[in-house]
Design a protein around this ligand. Structure first.
Ligand SMILES: Cc1cc2nc3c(=O)[nH]c(=O)nc-3n(C[C@H](O)[C@H](O)[C@H](O)COP(=O)(O)OP(=O)(O)OC[C@H]3O[C@@H](n4cnc5c(N)ncnc54)[C@H](O)[C@@H]3O)c2cc1C
Length: 509
């Protein structure tokens, strides 16, 4: 039997199935065949017999999956793990070559100070700073009724900035570069997950060299993943980081709770005549419109509206679209709010007793949009939450576990929080000599993340619903909430901290 195993292994070595390497020895791309090997049939037969084994298989190498790889690469306890990343996105296999002067991409994310700190500690943030990004220290939120507004300044919480906006491709590339530049052993499979068989018997992490090629008969541990080219691999732990329509979640039989909003978001990059340094959000009857600085003279628009409106605005002329955007950001749908400090008497003047201890600022008009700088993209919006984040050998992170409305730019930040928490729990498990696929260990991660994620989802859903109602008395209540958020100093501070990724809830909750 032993001789048979050795022979099989040496046969495979003789096959020299080529693997193309990135710039470090740590990251490799599996299965890139360049004709070096013998005939296809023979090769397939060998692959069928010899199944590589990993500690962790991350299914989905989007921002959250790559963040997990990055966190694992940065911790002494986890950096020697053998990790497979499965994703057919070509950017993963070939790497992106981003230049600062490239046209901006319409997909961007607002990254909170808490996420920035995780990414700095893991060594990924420096790569973001090499490309286009924009820190902002002021945020203005108001609504179409003109009854109220709130302006938040980083000074209110003794911070330098409230967040940073970067293109998703910049964030993704930074995480990939961070993993590539480490000596973390990662194999990228430029494929999709097709099926998964779970073997639930226990395994210890202290086994040596876990990606060594072994005949399948010697295995039978962990989860077996079948990939889109027919090949397979084993992993002690499968991480579903494969987005809102997670196949891992489905294959693990984990159900979700949620609903589709009858809203789409239209996103694009626009240009101004001068640089925008503030994050703006105006709530309109059909949904919020956000104007987010992304560096240089560019901003990103995230505009929520009905599916019918989004379809027509996607195809209207540039001139018509820009007119609609400027109308939605300023004088359209209703008046501008009066500045709180102009001395005007308004129905909320009683709130301002506290103004002396808060940093209050005048209402400002957002900068005019002068040019469309990217294509317009439309996304349907939904709320979805996995009923469980873990089962034996399977754990979910990012959008695979929860999809939220983008109105507060929290989605990927929740995902980064998941990835950070999971990496720490895995490190703890290794320190204790536990099986990293063991459900008791994975439930610790779930316990750490679930309630905070649910609370954020509830707040975002509440906002979405509060702004779907256009009814006189309700509008006044909403405006009162704006005033409270602007003029009551402790409330204002706790809202800023919560939106920045602090775990403590705002004091009104
Ligand atoms: C309009 C809009 C604006 C947003 N703005 C913000 C913002 O400002 N701030 C913020 O924090 N969040 C924002 N979000 C949310 C954010 O984009 C998501 O939360 C984030 O992209 C989720 O990342 P992820 O890695 O979990 O999933 P995804 O980005 O969906 O990545 C999943 C990956 O899995 C891969 N995959 C899928 N199926 C398989 C399979 N079977 N096998 C292998 N691989 C597979 C895919 O190729 C993909 O690379 C916004 C969302 C939208 C729609």
């Amino acid at each position: 039997m032993n001789r048979l195993m050795k022979k099989t292994i040496s046969n495979v070595r003789a096959l020299k199935i080529p693997r193309k390497y990135f710039c470090t020895e740590g990251v490799k791309v599996a299965g890139s065949t360049t004709g070096e090997a013998s005939n296809e049939h023979e090769k397939k037969q060998a692959i069928n017999k010899i199944i590589p084994q990993y500690d962790i298989a991350i299914v989905g190498g989007g921002m959250v999956g790559m963040a997990l790889a990055c966190f694992l690469a940065s911790m002494p306890m986890t950096k020697q793990l053998n990790v497979a990343i499965i994703d057919s996105n070509p950017a993963l296999a070939s790497g992106l070559h981003i230049k600062k002067e490239d046209a901006p991409d319409p997909r961007v994310s607002t990254v909170t100070p808490a996420s920035i700190s995780f990414l700095q500690d893991a060594g990924a943030w420096k790569y973001v700073e090499q490309n286009r990004h924009a820190y902002f220290n002021v945020m203005q939120v108001w609504d179409y009724t003109g009854l109220g507004y709130a302006r938040y300044n980083a000074r209110d919480v003794n911070k330098d900035f409230l967040g940073c906006v970067a293109e998703n491709k910049v964030l993704h590339n930074a995480l990939l570069s961070c993993v590539k530049d480490s000596d973390f052993k990662t194999t990228i499979y430029p494929l999709r997950l097709s099926s998964m068989t779970l073997n639930t018997s226990s395994m210890s992490i202290v086994e040596e060299n876990t990606n060594s090629v072994e005949p399948s008969s010697a295995q039978g541990h962990g989860a077996k993943l079948q990939l889109s080219d027919g090949s397979s691999l084993y992993a002690k732990l499968v991480v579903g980081a494969d987005g809102g329509k997670s196949h891992v979640r489905e294959l693990a039989g984990i159900k979700t709770t949620g609903w589709n909003y009858s809203q789409n978001a239209i996103i694009c990059t626009v240009e101004h005549t001068s640089e925008n340094v503030c994050a703006w959000q105006r709530f309109l009857p059909s949904g919020p419109i956000a104007l987010l600085p992304i560096g240089d003279k560019f901003s990103n628009i995230v505009w929520t509206m009905s599916p019918a409106e989004s379809n027509s605005r996607k195809s209207t002329t540039e001139e018509e679209f820009l007119k609609d955007v400027n109308y939605a950001l300023d004088y359209g749908y209703g008046p501008r709010p009066t500045s709180g400090l102009l001395g005007t008497r308004d129905m909320f003047s009683w709130f301002k007793m506290d103004a002396a201890i808060s940093t209050n600022e005048f209402f400002e008009i957002p900068p005019k949009v002068t040019k469309l700088a990217s294509e317009r993209m439309v996304f349907p919006l939904s709320l979805r939450h996995a009923n469980s984040y873990s089962s034996k050998r399977v754990v979910l992170i990012g959008d695979a576990a929860h999809t939220v409305h983008p109105l507060a730019g929290q989605g990927v930040n929740l995902g980064f929080g998941d990835a950070f928490s999971l990496s720490r729990i895995i490190a703890e498990g290794i320190a204790l000599g536990s099986d990293i696929g063991e459900v008791n260990l994975l439930k610790k991660y779930e316990a750490e993340r679930r309630s905070g994620n649910i609370m954020m989802m509830a707040i975002l859903d509440g906002f979405q619903k509060a702004y779907s109602v256009d009814f006189g008395p309700f509008n006044i209540l909403r405006a009162a909430a704006f005033h409270g958020a602007n003029y009551i100093s402790p409330l204002k501070k706790s809202i800023i901290s919560y939106a920045s990724g602090d775990h403590k809830l705002p004091i009104f909750l």
